[in-house]
Every structure is written in structure tokens, then in C-alpha cells.
Design a protein around this ligand. Structure first.
Ligand code: AMP
Ligand code: MG
Length: 419
């Protein structure tokens, strides 16, 4: 038996091949309260000016600036209050000389007024109040259209919907938001050594940690996921399950069985499905056997069974595919430069990804490996919020070197109060 010859390609080329596929989900609408985490499927155009009318940014009094001429500490100018309005109300009065309208934050500026005096700048009198300074035309007024004019593109197709996006959509009255459907994902862990979480341990067996881990990674992206039964290293039953999953999901993620061992059946499964294998060897460690294949408009991700490799494979390959499918403008992993705080003496014949703990200390990013870091490691994944990337063809790195770091779990970035 000859071992299949595989051609390693650079990581960037692998990602490029994935996002060059024309596999997209279709546009749909979701309720605004469900829209966070989706990608916008249309540009959103301002249908009116923001602010919609000249309004008061303060609690105070709307006045005519011309009436403040000559005001000073020795020469306080007096105003008479002719009306009183809160936010949401409009005064039907027009201001005459030395008249003022009591006004609250957000209320429309009354006719004739062109400035707002803050409450703190006044002293009360029987009829109204006095002030000791002059005011300019339009002083303390939030002007109609100062933020956005009618016709402006306020949100862009391909933009990630976050809280700020939601606020803008609400402003323009979008109950239903045009977004791209999120891909539905099937997760199939393969390996005859795998036990379910609730099964007692047996000699030679291990618990399936990749399945739940990938499910959690998908959940974090708000995806609909089905976790299939663990598959033994058996060609026929594994093929059946993959076929079944393909009937119901946009993306099939398998873990394990992509190497060239006697019981690695995923390559045979891709062949049988007539899948186009985009690559089956990447010049990286861990996870060099990661395989990505495509059948029509479906992705098949064959992640390595080694937990660290599996995790890296999701961050490097699955996530860009997911966001590309959803029409996102930004789908590459987030990378930063950080200072390595420990020596890393191993040479790097291939690009190396090391699960790492990134510290955001004040203005500087520093990074250390997050623990025991062989490809089979699990615990170091839990303590990582990024991955150090050491380029292939380099020797060891020393403390103090600048390295590239891919950010993964930014919610667990070390923080300091730095205000
Ligand atoms: P494989 O990719 O099938 O060659 O598996 C590589 C290594 O990862 C082996 O040591 C497996 O036992 C281990 N492994 C495979 N699948 C899983 C899984 N779902 N959870 C944890 N470890 C796994
Ligand atoms: Mg296996």
C-alpha cells in the first residue's frame, strides 16, 4: 500500500482557497431584537436628518441670543419665561424680546429662539431669570442634520450587526433587519477511541472533547448547530452520517480521521462524495492534515482530531468561511503584534500556532504560551485568548521579540483598569 502524497500549501493560501469559493447564504429578514451577530445584507440609507429638528442638548432656557448683548456680572440681563416644554413637546409660542422658554434636554427649539442657556448659568427671579454672559447665535443648540443628512449611507452591506448598528436601525424604524442567513452547521466527531461525556472511561478510550468544543465555538458565532453521534472509524457508517448531515446543513465539520493512517476514512469519504478537495495538507503545526473540501455549495471541514489542532483549524479556516458565506466585509482573523515574554527555543520548520495568553497591559500587548502546548493539549486551549504565530523557516524566538498574535477569545483578554 502506498501512502497518498500530499502537497503542503501555506496557511494564507489555504484561507484564500476557502474564501474564493462562491458559497453564500441568502438574504433574509430578522427581527431587530434578534439581529445582533448577523451581517447586514443591504446598505441602510438615512431617510431623514439626525437630529430631525434643532433641539436642546441641555435643561435650561431657549432664548434669543441678540437679547444677551452687553450681559456681564455687573449688568445681568433679565428674561421672562413664557412657556415650559419637556422632551417630546413643541412650544406654540414665538419668542419676543427678552422672552425665554423653559426647555428640557431633547426638546425642540421654539420659534424665534437661537440659543440655550443652561440652568446652571441662570439665577432665578420672580418673572424668570437673569444671566451674566452673552450668547452667540446657535450656541448650545444641536442642529438639525448635524450628525447625518437624508440620503447618507449610515450602515453598509456586509457590516456586522452590533449594539451600535442596532441603535441606528432602530433610529430609522427597522423592525425587521435585512441580513444574510447564518449557515447551519453539523458537527461529527470521528474516532473509535471516543467516548461520550457521560460514559465511564475504559482502557484505551478518551472522551470526545472536540465535539463540545466546536459546538461552543459555533454557538459563540450564534450559529444553529447539530451535534451528531460520535462515529467509529468505519467507512460505511461515517459516510452515511456525513451524507445525512449534508441534507440538512450548509457546513459539515468533522474532527479526526483526516490523516493517512489505516483507520482514517475521511479522505475516502471525500473521494466517494466526489468532493473537490481544496487542500489536505497545510504547512503549519499543529493541524497540518486539516482538509477542506467542497461539494457544490457545501463546505466539508475535516479538522484534525488533536484538540489544539482542531481549535486552531476552527479559528483559521472555519470562521473565515462562515463570515464569507454570510457576506461579511471582514472575515479574516484579527491579528496584532505583541511582545513575547518567554523564550520559545524550538525551531519552526513550518508556521507554528501556539495557544497563548495575551495581556493588554496599559498600552502594550504582551504574550506567553498558555501552557503545555503539544497538538494534543486541551488545558492550554482553555487558558488561551489568542495564538502566537511563528513563521515557518525561523529558528527559536526569545523573550522581547515581537511576534504576530491571532486574537481568538478576546473576552478573556487580561485587563487592567487604565483610566
Ligand atoms: P486523528 O486526527 O483521528 O488522527 O486523531 C488525533 C488525535 O486526537 C488522537 O490522539 C485522538 O485520540 C485525538 N482525538 C481525536 N478525536 C478527538 C476528539 N473528538 N476529542 C478529543 N481527542 C480526540
Ligand atoms: Mg482518529
Amino acid at each position: 500500500m502506498t501512502v497518498e502524497k500530499r502537497n503542503p500549501i501555506p496557511v494564507s493560501e489555504a484561507i484564500h482557497r476557502i474564501v474564493s469559493q462562491n458559497i453564500k447564504t441568502e438574504p433574509m429578514h430578522v427581527n431587530i431584537y434578534e439581529s445582533e451577530g448577523y451581517i447586514l445584507a443591504e446598505n441602510i440609507i438615512a431617510t431623514y436628518d439626525i437630529p430631525r429638528f434643532n433641539k436642546s442638548p441641555y435643561d435650561g432656557f431657549a432664548i434669543r441670543s441678540q437679547d444677551t448683548k452687553g450681559a456681564s456680572g455687573d449688568h445681568r440681563v433679565e428674561f421672562q419665561v413664557i412657556d415650559h416644554i419637556g422632551a417630546g413637546s413643541v412650544s406654540d409660542k414665538t419668542l419676543g424680546p427678552n422672552e425665554a422658554v423653559r426647555i428640557m434636554t431633547g426638546a425642540a427649539i421654539p420659534e424665534g429662539a437661537d440659543a440655550v442657556v443652561m440652568l446652571e448659568q441662570t439665577s432665578e427671579t420672580k418673572q424668570g431669570f437673569t444671566i451674566r454672559k452673552t450668547f452667540d447665535h446657535l450656541e448650545n443648540i444641536a442642529l438639525k442634520g448635524e450628525e447625518t443628512s437624508t440620503g447618507d449611507t449610515v450602515l453598509k452591506k456586509g457590516q456586522y450587526v452590533n449594539a451600535g448598528t442596532v441603535a441606528v436601525l432602530a433610529t430609522f424604524g427597522y423592525v425587521d433587519v435585512p441580513v444574510y442567513r447564518k449557515p447551519s452547521v453539523a458537527i461529527i466527531a470521528t474516532g473509535s477511541e471516543l467516548l461520550d461525556i457521560d460514559e465511564p472511561l475504559e482502557p484505551g478510550k478518551i472522551r470526545n472533547s472536540n465535539g463540545p468544543m466546536i459546538q461552543a465555538l459555533c454557538r459563540k458565532e450564534g450559529l444553529e448547530v447539530s451535534v451528531y453521534k460520535i462515529q467509529k472509524d468505519d467507512f460505511d457508517s461515517s459516510l452515511d452520517v456525513v451524507k445525512d448531515a449534508m441534507k440538512q446543513h450548509d457546513m459539515i465539520i468533522t474532527t479526526g480521521g483526516v490523516s493517512v493512517g489505516d483507520f482514517d476514512y475521511l479522505p475516502d469519504i471525500y473521494r466517494t462524495l466526489d468532493a473537490e478537495v481544496l487542500f489536505n495538507k497545510v504547512a503549519m503545526r499543529p493541524g497540518s492534515v486539516t482538509t477542506v473540501a467542497v461539494v457544490k455549495d457545501q463546505y466539508l471541514f475535516g479538522l484534525s482530531g488533536n484538540p489544539s489542532a482542531c481549535y486552531s483549524g476552527f479559528e483559521l479556516f472555519v470562521k473565515p468561511a462562515l463570515y464569507h458565506m454570510m457576506g461579511a466585509e471582514k472575515y479574516y482573523p484579527a491579528m496584532v503584534r505583541a511582545t513575547l515574554m518567554e523564550d520559545f527555543k524550538k525551531p519552526n520548520p513550518f508556521t507554528r500556532f501556539i495557544r497563548a495568553d495575551v495581556h493588554l497591559t496599559g498600552r502594550e500587548l504582551t504574550v506567553v504560551p498558555s501552557g503545555f502546548n503539544k497538538s494534543g493539549a486541551v488545558v492550554s486551549i482553555a487558558h488561551s485568548n489568542g495564538m502566537i504565530i511563528l513563521p515557518g523557516g525561523t529558528r527559536g524566538f526569545s523573550k522581547g521579540h515581537q511576534v504576530n498574535v491571532l486574537l481568538t477569545a478576546t473576552e478573556s483578554l487580561q485587563r487592567e483598569l487604565y483610566l
